[in-house]
Ligand binder design. Structure first.
Ligand code: NAD
Length: 384
């Protein structure tokens, strides 16, 4: 195989954005050959506006069975991601799933079990892992130079969305169509990075406020307290209601503090471990000395293109993935735990009872109302 022939399942906002990038040749090892969507108007759009050479299918499984593709990118609403991943991997086709991996961990665990038995490549679109600041931070943490994690604070409140965003797609911001709000739609990136950088928390206490800033069923404002195995604690704050909002990740380690904001990394590097200093310093108020350093990175931030390139490289035997598909369950475990904590009004330990989670989600799905689909597709450009 010289080039990977790729099909996109779900040619809405994100699918279209990916299609345009691929048709513009931004990923030389991938050729977009086919698209699938359940809405005929999206297929008409693809044939007319994207490329007349695209094969169009009204069902993603028909696309997978067509023989026209070696791999698929799944950009449907989240509930369908596991179903198409499983179908692709068991029918000889590589799969790249959009985030999140699915809506509830039970569904994603089953998908991962199927994937584990397949020899096809399974990846997930965690494009923010390509950002040089997060890659550099990951490298520093892995090296051990920062010592143990003490505290993590992430204020990620720059996911502003208007009411018209929520009104446009019938499935979005409904329990039945999407399975949640800001945690399941916007935050899978940060929840993945959180676990990638800090490891998995063991306890979560969250407060998810439904419809605080928008006329929707689901949460648009969340504050969560986290505990890690080593005793480190964290706070994660998110909303789609604040403008201009903040994206500030502050990690406190034994050897100093890292602040990641505005795509820059600052390190207040201590002259010695704060834990050792605490035990040995004779003066009661004296802090350890520190130097503020702006950490240099390689400046590379390829986002979705980087994930596609790595996916193609893996298939062609030339490199490794940005994120293995099976890793999608970690961030999803965090969002599920946050919902469960909020719904039960108590602290949730990880791993939590997945059947209970599904039963609680089903209660909400039972009374959920999909909105009228206005057929509006927002051009999903930029960094997500
Ligand atoms: N990685 C990122 O940066 C990023 C950004 C935006 C969206 N996304 C993800 O992409 C996915 C799609 O989001 P969107 O904003 O493009 O939504 P959208 O509503 O604009 O597009 C979804 C498309 O899927 C189609 N569809 C629905 N059910 C289908 C099915 N069973 N089979 C085939 N097609 C089906 C719809 O008709 C629609 O055209 C979501 O999971 C979202 O989280 C990822």
């Amino acid at each position: 195989m010289e080039k990977v022939r790729l099909g996109i399942i779900g040619i809405g906002g994100m699918g279209t954005n990916h299609a345009r990038s691929l048709l513009e040749g931004k990923v030389p090892d991938i050729e977009l050959t086919a698209v699938a969507d359940v809405r005929p108007e999206r297929l008409e759009f693809a044939a007319k506006e994207l490329s007349k050479d695209l094969k169009c299918y009204d069902d993603g499984k028909k696309l997978i069975d067509s023989g026209e593709v070696d791999a698929v990118l799944i950009a449907t609403p989240h509930y369908f991601h596991p179903e198409f991943v499983e179908y692709a991997l068991t029918h000889g086709v590589h799969a790249l799933s959009e985030k999140p991996a699915g809506v509830y961990t039970k569904q994603v665990k089953e998908m991962n079990e199927v994937a584990a038995k397949s020899d096809k490549v399974f990846a997930i679109m965690f494009n923010q892992r390509t950002n040089c600041v997060y890659r550099k931070l990951h490298e520093m943490i892995q090296s051990g130079e920062l010592g143990q994690l003490k505290r993590m604070n992430w204020i990620i409140t720059d996911w502003y969305r208007t009411q018209s965003y929520y009104d446009a797609a019938g499935w979005k911001a409904t329990w039945a169509g999407e399975g949640g709000g800001v945690l399941i739609n916007q935050c899978p990136h940060q929840l993945d990075l959180l676990q990638w950088l800090c490891g998995m928390p063991t306890k979560v206490r969250a407060f998810c406020h439904n419809a605080k800033w928008h006329d929707i069923e689901v949460e648009d404002d969340v504050t969560a307290y986290l505990e890690f195995e080593n005793g480190a604690t964290g706070v994660f704050v998110t909303t789609t209601g604040d403008a201009p909002g903040t994206n500030r990740l502050e990690l406190t380690f034994e050897m100093g503090k890292i602040v990641c904001e505005n795509d820059k990394l600052f390190y207040d590097k201590l002259s010695e471990s704060v834990l050792t200093h605490c035990k040995t310093e004779k003066e009661g108020f004296k802090k350890p000395d520190f130097t503020r350093i702006e950490i240099e990175t390689d400046g590379q931030n390829e986002q979705h293109i980087g994930v596609f390139k790595a996916f193609a490289n893996k298939i062609l035997g030339k490199g490794e993935l940005i994120a293995e598909g099976a890793e999608g369950i970690n961030g999803l475990t965090l969002s599920n735990a946050m919902y469960l904590s909020s719904w039960l009004d108590k602290t949730v330990e990880i791993p939590f009872d997945e059947d209970l989670y599904l039963a609680e989600l089903d209660k909400r799905r039972a009374t959920s109302k999909l909105k009228e689909d206005k057929g509006i597709v927002f051009d999903t450009t930029g960094t997500y």
